[in-house]
Ligand binder design. Structure first.
Ligand code: AMP
Ligand code: MG
Length: 487
């Protein structure tokens, strides 16, 4: 276990130089205080969890203090936003403080979000509000606990600093961690500004640090792009299987590591709805739940365009062709497991699609359905779940097909079935209304609910005594919350 001043830095991105990022110091928050910290994320830095409660923790992550070896930098990038190219974006309110090595030899970027203005702030104030910082914190750690790759969050620091959005709010900072903060938009920036030297430097950096195994391949850059395609196909399969809607899949929000990155008006589905749009400024539904699949490919094509200086167009196209079949295979594999199946049959895709259509038509809770399906034998479970469906004949027909399929799958005891299914079907997910309750309490200075919710979500598959209220469908007021896009 380390004390806070024992972190070891090696700032490899900063060393790429001023073409890639600009030195900026964090602007401190007034009266910084700990809102919530993630013990699991602290462990990644070998930090003793007790240090989160010390004043110096809030000072460091509230922008008052810096390690001597930290080199805070605002990164420059660009990206396609809602389909149109924005030539320059960048860290407008976040700073890469530096890269820390842990005892296992892993390196973690420490990125402080809400740290004040930078040369890339455009019209923004460089700040983040408490509400959005809490949402990012909870989502990062909840996704990780579900087994969905994501950036991590070390802590949220609250403050008295006034920040204006639709109304006056309070500023906060979230300390985000990832093995890299490089986005598709980094490659796009150097491609469209016609800086081939920096573009090559960036590609070498990513290859050496994040895809070293691709060095062994005859065409290392192509191997790297293929790997990025694969990781994104796997990631989006997980989003779809678990009902996560990102909401702002602009290419500047897509990580080259294939992790969930940059949280805005995201949501987990309550009722299953393929057409769900969590971002209320997304009028055309470009980033609706089901569109995440083709948009994943669209984004990879945008990255492919930026890689044309290194890889032939034909090879890029071929690699892009891997996306959809890989996505489908991964998605189907996850859905089979969610249904408790251990073998594969040709009709499984159709079994899943039929179920989703029925759930859609009846507004069935996506998370609880699968959880309850695993509570008991298939026959008992479907008999109990039947009441949730409006189209009873349709459900009965599906249930018959499902039970026959379960029988062909093999003989398992009820306990085996339950254990297997509960290990992949969470009981607790970050429902918008749960986050909202925690935010309302935190805005009045009570952080206990954020902490409790974070703790519950860190073991989403494990039934926790006394936590029944976190495993409920939303009350009426919490069903269609409009999450503000200002953050
Ligand atoms: P986002 O929608 O959070 O992915 O942000 C898109 C771009 O706007 C990024 O370049 C952000 O750094 C920038 N940005 C968002 N909010 C602010 C803010 N309050 N101040 C400065 N820049 C911001
Ligand atoms: Mg962003």
């Amino acid at each position: 276990m380390k004390a806070l001043d024992e972190l070891t830095f090696d700032n490899r991105f900063a060393r790429l130089g001023d073409a890639f990022s600009t030195h900026v110091l964090p602007e401190p928050l007034d009266a910084p205080r700990l809102v919530v910290a993630s013990e699991a994320a602290m462990a990644l830095l070998d930090l003793d969890p007790a240090v989160a409660e010390t004043p110096v923790f809030a000072e460091l992550f509230g922008g008052h203090k810096l390690w001597a070896e930290a080199e805070p930098r605002a990164m420059v990038y660009s990206g396609h936003q809602f389909g149109g190219y924005t030539p320059q974006l960048g860290d407008g309110r976040g700073l890469l403080l530096g890269e820390v090595y842990n005892e296992a030899g892993e390196h973690w970027d420490l990125h402080l979000k809400g740290a004040g203005m930078t040369p890339y702030s455009r019209m923004g104030d460089g700040r983040a509000v408490l509400r959005s910082s809490i949402r990012e914190f909870l989502a990062s750690e909840a996704l990780h606990a579900l087994g969905i790759p994501s950036s991590r969050a070390l802590c949220v620091i609250g403050s008295d600093t006034p920040v204006w959005r639709e109304k006056q709010e309070r500023g906060a900072m979230v300390l985000r961690m990832a093995h890299s903060h490089i986005r598709f938009g980094h490659f796009e920036y150097f491609y469209y500004t016609k800086k081939p030297e920096q573009q090559a430097q960036l590609a070498e950096h990513v290859l050496n640090l994040h895809y070293p195994e691709c060095r062994e391949q005859p065409e290392p850059y192509l191997a790297m792009f293929r790997e990025i395609v694969e990781r994104n196909a796997e990631l989006i399969a997980k989003w779809q299987a678990y009902g996560f809607c990102h909401g702002v899949m602009n290419t500047d929000n897509m990580s080259i590591l294939g992790i969930t990155f940059d949280f805005g008006p995201f949501a987990f589905l309550d009722d299953f709805d393929a057409h769900f749009i969590c971002n209320h400024s997304d009028h055309e539904g470009r980033y609706s739940f089901s569109n995440q699949v083709p948009i994943g490919q669209w984004n990879l094509s945008a990255l492919a365009q930026a890689l044309t200086p290194f890889i032939s167009v034909d090879a890029l196209k071929e690699a892009l062709g891997l996306y959809l079949p890989l996505y489908q295979a991964n998605y189907l594999d996850l859905m089979r497991r969610r249904l408790g199946l251990t073998t594969a049959e040709d009709d499984d895709q159709q079994l899943v699609e039929r179920l989703l259509k029925l759930m859609q038509n009846s507004g069935v809770d996506y998370t609880l359905f699968f959880r309850r399906l695993g509570d008991e034998s298939a026959a008992l479970a479907v008999a109990r779940l039947r009441d949730d469906f409006v189209d009873l004949a349709g459900f009965d027909a599906w249930a018959e097909q499902y039970q026959a399929r379960v029988e062909r799958d093999g003989e398992f005891s009820e306990e085996q079935r339950r254990a297997r299914m509960h290990a992949v079907n969470p009981l607790y997910i970050l429902r918008n209304y749960l986050a909202q309750n925690a935010i309302v309490a935190a805005e009045s200075g009570d952080y206990s609910e954020v902490r409790r919710l974070h703790a519950v979500l860190s073991k989403p598959f494990e039934e926790q005594a006394g936590m029944e209220q976190y495993a409920q469908r939303p009350p009426d007021w919490g069903k269609h919350l409009e999450i503000s896009c200002s953050s």
